[in-house]
Write a protein that binds this ligand. Structure first.
Ligand code: 13P
Length: 352
């Protein structure tokens, strides 16, 4: 496989393929394990990641996997480094390199993502361990008064992206406008547009090659406490409209985060966006964490005898999202009937 940045970016959003985000920090994965009574040890976390990375057939739908520091240093049960387990299946290893959202000084209720100190050396080390792309997430909260101008401009995404390209890694740039709160879909569209504009301005000013990166945005969705529900068509239309207004055509791919949406809803939304008849200059696919993993984690439940069921659950969501990335998903692809809704705890399983 060729590893120049343009071909890595193109490979990540190849026809019918998307990314598995399996980059929860140890505390976050521990919280998810806790809700199911699974002990969180280095060994159990390794077993879980290995299960996800070895789901038979999933490589047909998954182009890359985002790991975090512990995982990229781990070996599978037969002693193969997990990054190599992926690359042997032609899945590109990726790595989350931010160290989390921390309170933004002087701006109560907002966060800034940290991790720039020493980043050049860490990127170089990860590249040596097989990583070919990276991820950094900025977090934006919506309230009546937020986000502040300071928060929108303080994120370090452009510095991170410049360092990645210098170190031969494709940067995934992730500005996440959260679904928390009671804001409307219109307000989410307004804030998402403002944030994307600020992000691309900073990327331009800092000389980032837009054709060697991917964007990982939220969809345009009302806050979880907003009392009205939007149709799939409304979400798809607002999301694509916002992206068309603010994302340059040179970016090869947009890979959505799922952000706490029910897993099937995330699939249906991706499918509806891809079915819209408007011009789309970029590939539009997925880089889901919870929406790919939730069922696999529940099916496995920490038990060896369930590893096959966990792999099957991941395969199923990957297959459906692959179809959605082509606008070809149908309800009949689901092995089980549509559920009324996910248990609320799953939606809270996001990373710090
Ligand atoms: P979710 O799809 O669970 O939002 O996770 C994606 C991700 O990488 C968050 O940083």
């Amino acid at each position: 496989m060729s590893h120049d940045l343009e071909s890595v970016a193109a490979t990540l959003v190849a026809d019918g393929k998307g990314i598995l985000a399996a980059d929860e920090t140890v505390p976050t994965l521990t919280k998810r394990f806790d809700t199911l009574g699974i002990p969180s040890t280095e060994q159990s976390r390794r077993t879980y990641r290995e299960m996800l990375f070895t789901a038979p057939g999933a490589a047909e739908f998954i182009s890359g996997v985002i790991m975090q520091d512990e995982t990229i240093r781990q070996k599978s049960s037969d002693g193969t480094p997990l990054a190599e387990v992926l690359s042997k299946q032609d899945i590109l290893p990726g790595i989350k390199v931010d160290i989390g959202a921390k309170p933004l000084a002087g701006s109560p209720g907002e966060t800034v993502t940290e991790g720039l100190d020493g980043l050049r050396d860490r990127l170089s080390e990860y590249h040596g361990m097989g990583a070919r792309f990276a991820k950094w997430r900025a977090v934006i909260h919506i309230t009546d008064a937020l986000p502040s101008v300071v928060c929108v401009s303080a994120n370090a995404l452009a510095r991170y992206a410049a360092l990645c390209q210098e170190q031969d890694l494709v940067p995934i740039v992730e500005p996440e406008v959260l679904m928390d709160g009671s804001h409307s879909m219109e307000r989410c569209e307004e804030v998402t547009g403002t944030v994307l504009h600020a992000v691309f301005r900073a990327l331009f000013e800092q000389g980032i090659a837009l054709d060697r990166m991917l964007l990982k945005p939220n969809m345009v969705i009302a806050g979880k406490e907003w009392p009205h529900s939007a149709s799939v068509q409304e979400v798809a239309t607002a999301t694509l409209r916002c992206l068309r207004r603010h994302v340059p055509a040179a970016v090869p791919g947009i890979v959505f985060l799922s952000g706490g949406q029910d897993d099937r809803v995330a699939t249906v939304h991706l499918d509806a966006i891809n079915r819209l008849p408007w011009p789309k200059p970029w590939r539009i696919s997925f880089s889901y964490g919870r929406a790919l993993q939730d069922h696999a984690l529940e099916a496995w439940h920490g038990r060896d005898e369930n590893l096959g069921a966990g792999r099957q659950a991941l395969y199923q969501r990957a297959r459906c999202n692959s179809a959605a990335s082509l606008g070809r998903y149908t309800d009949e692809m689901e092995a089980t009937p549509v559920r009324a809704g996910s248990p609320p705890h799953r939606r809270e399983w996001r990373d710090d």
